[in-house]
Design a protein around this ligand. Structure first.
Ligand SMILES: C[S@@+](CC[C@H](N)C(=O)[O-])C[C@H]1O[C@@H](n2cnc3c(N)ncnc32)[C@H](O)[C@@H]1O
Ligand code: SF4
Ligand code: SF4
Length: 378
């Protein structure tokens, strides 16, 4: 089904993320979702929109997400039925504080769910309250569900986000998850959009110290993965961030926009859930999803462009275990309006500038024309 971008084929959509509902029971300090939706009435993605996206994009994997996807009620099983009809492998991205274990059984046994993605920054009740605005019962349910999924042996990946509040407790959080039976733990860098600000992000040296401790003390049966990392391997800091000679630790290669896209409950289609511009690159309620994927200038740009300094770079390919993603394009595009700067240089400078009060507290939401580029091949 691949189209063409000039003389290059447009890749097929491997993974489609659908926001079934905007509402969430938690109020995470770091949430990248649009702050305007938190206190607004919930918005649900119509099932016709789910079907249209599946039909036109034919993804290999479809991820049902939110907000908190459990708050989409019966729509979840209906969307799973559609996923099966269109041959997509369904996965669930949930905070796992609302579903009961029996609901998870139904999702897998009736709905055909093949894996779960969740997050945990919840070492104790005080942390759940401070970081996620959650109650003790919600933390208990999360831990119960993680243990349940692990016991059943269903694929499960759990993310912990690098915040001032979590960075000093990474080893404890990792041990908690490993003891529950989690075998894939992702450590995720914050993207300062939505509710999140640079002020929540720890100093990068402090992050490196914490990661070094974590790598040394990690549970041998739980794989660690570094994700959304703006510190690319050409940064002097990278030496300490990316572990060497440990097959149990890896760096995630982000393919958002390249073979993955995200659609909000209102139909806005973006190349990464954290990327925001106004208006969105396209809206599947008004336009053909496949056409947005193949022809929208923002998608074309994300697939075509990389910082000029990356041309011919061999750092990533010559260092085993170190994957270069060219940094976080979403951060660069929102922060600078382009994709020319090295991401780590931008991230370090922008954080410092925000903390000193000279620069914006979070990545600015830009107008579409500012981030669409010229549409010309570089
Ligand atoms: C958007 S949430 C959706 C699923 C569910 N609501 C949850 O939080 O697990 C998916 C993932 O994005 C992460 N996330 C949310 N805001 C983020 C931000 N500002 N920067 C980086 N990751 C973020 C969460 O930690 C979670 O692992
Ligand atoms: S990060 Fe996830 S769980 Fe937290 S408020 Fe946002 S959508 Fe809800
Ligand atoms: S590809 Fe670019 S960002 Fe990645 S290590 Fe090389 S120069 Fe740095």
């Amino acid at each position: 089904m691949a189209g063409r971008d000039g003389d290059r084929p447009v890749p097929a959509v491997r993974k489609l993320e659908l926001q079934l509902v905007t509402a969430c029971n938690l109020r995470c300090t770091y949430c990248a979702n649009d702050p305007d939706v938190r206190d607004a009435p919930p918005r649900f993605m119509p099932l016709e929109m789910v079907e249209r996206c599946l039909d036109r994009l034919r993804p290999e994997i479809v991820s049902l997400t939110g907000g908190e996807v459990a708050l989409a009620g019966d729509r979840v099983l209906s969307a799973l039925e559609l996923a099966r009809r269109y041959g997509a492998r369904p996965v669930i991205s949930s905070n796992l504080t609302v579903f009961r274990p029996a609901d998870l059984d139904r999702l897998v046994e009736v709905g055909g769910v093949t894996g779960f993605f969740s997050s945990c920054n919840d070492l104790d009740d005080a942390m759940t309250l401070a970081v996620r605005g959650g109650r003790p019962a919600e933390r208990r349910r999360l831990l119960e569900n993680l243990a349940h999924i692990a016991r059943r042996g269903w694929p499960l990946s759990v993310e912990t986000i690098l915040l001032r509040d979590t960075v000093g407790r990474l080893v404890e959080l990792h041990r908690l998850l490993a003891d529950l039976g989690v075998r894939q733990h992702r450590i995720e860098f914050l993207t300062p959009v939505g509710h999140a600000s640079w002020g929540l992000m720890p100093d990068f040296e402090e992050v490196a110290d914490a990661l070094e401790r974590l790598y040394a003390q990690r549970a041998r049966d739980c794989h660690l993965e570094l994700t959304c990392c703006p510190i690319t391997p050409c940064s002097p800091l990278a030496e300490r961030l990316f572990p060497r000679d440990d097959p149990g630790v890896s760096a995630y290669h982000c393919t958002d926009g390249k073979d993955l896209c995200y659609v909000t409950a209102g139909g806005d289609m973006v190349p990464c859930y954290a990327f925001t511009c106004r208006p969105a690159p396209g809206n599947v309620g008004r336009e053909d999803p496949r056409r947005i994927w193949e022809e929208s200038p923002v998608f074309l740009r994300v697939r075509r462009e990389a910082p000029p300094a990356c041309e011919g770079c061999r750092i990533a390919t010559s260092r085993p275990g170190v994957t270069c993603t060219n940094g976080c394009w979403a951060m660069l595009l929102m922060g600078t309006g382009g994709l020319t700067q090295l991401c780590w240089e931008f991230a370090v400078a922008a954080r410092e500038s925000a903390l000193s009060g000279a620069g914006p507290g979070r990545l600015p939401v830009r107008r579409l024309e500012e981030v669409a580029g010229t549409g010309a091949h570089p």
